[in-house]
Design a protein around this ligand. Sequence first.
Ligand code: SAH
Length: 351
Amino acid sequence: MKDIKDLSFDEWKAELVQIGQPAFRAGQIFDWIYKKGATRFEDMTNLGRDLQEKLGRAYIVGTLELFGVFRSKDRAEKYVFRLHDGPRIESVLIPAGGRATVCVSTQVGCKFACAFCASGRHGFVRHLAPSEIVGQVLFLRDHIDMALTNIVFMGMGEPFDNYENLVKAIVILNSPHGLGIAARRMTVSTAGIIPGIERFKKLGLQVNLSVSLHATSDAQRSALMPLNKKYPLGKLLAACENYLKEGGRKITLEYVLLKKVNDTAEDAFHLARIAARLKAKINLIPFSPVIGLPFEVPEEGRVLDFRRKLEDKGVPVTLRHSKGRDIQAACGQLALLERNPSDRLFRCAPK
Ligand code: SAH
């Protein structure tokens, strides 16, 4: 059976018309699903019994099954969901100031195996369907007592490796018939898949783009991010320049700080030059420790020093201390728990 949440509003309207229904029904049904949180056709009282039954035979409104909620001291909350075929994914809610940002996964596992990231360590399992990407946001919207303001596609997986489903999810989240979340409040983060960047620009959405840079030379970037061998730095930066030239919104460069690996004065110097060339903001992320990985977190003083070196060159910097460190909320760290269930990684406080 088809999950209606895999369809954009236009696709759903076309499908309904094809089965002989008037187009206005599409809006009614999307309202039930996205505005009122209905998951059963029999609850959609303005449809009439016949249509309820007809839809019930051909479609479902899928929901995610909650596996656990983990709360951190800094108010980040990790939601772990079990998918219908078994694997687990996670979303992280990050309240900060007046904002509530939800960080969603786009794949189970990841193909790209960045050396410092937990997600790629156990390989790739499968893509998430649009309904599973949208479902994470819907679940949180309906289960927390604050309004979701921002969405970042920075959970498990590489968004541009699941391009079609990502874009469909964005369209549904953005549509006034769906969740009505402004494109400018969404951010896609990529490890640097150049064709994805090019296609994304052509879409003409106002969604923000972040690029995970993490190193300023091909040798170092290839060592940390094997994807760099396919999409080397020079070509990646040229693709970013084109993106901006064609009217794309400002790019943010993410840079994970790994002690004595990429946090030297020379690294800061090269990073500042790249940022200036792209007029980009830098998002510095001190490494969030992953058990079993040979990297360390730089001391606070070293981090602040690195930031100052960038700022001295006029580069705008945000320092994002990973939220939810105590609940292993950084990118895909749940994978470790599954691998070794005796590890007491979580301070578990289910709702
Ligand atoms: N595949 C996408 C989304 C990944 S997660 C991408 O690469 O951009 C979002 C960010 O967290 C990326 O910049 C990623 O490199 C970074 N990240 C992954 N593991 C991390 C860790 N252990 N500590 C800090 N940042 C990490």
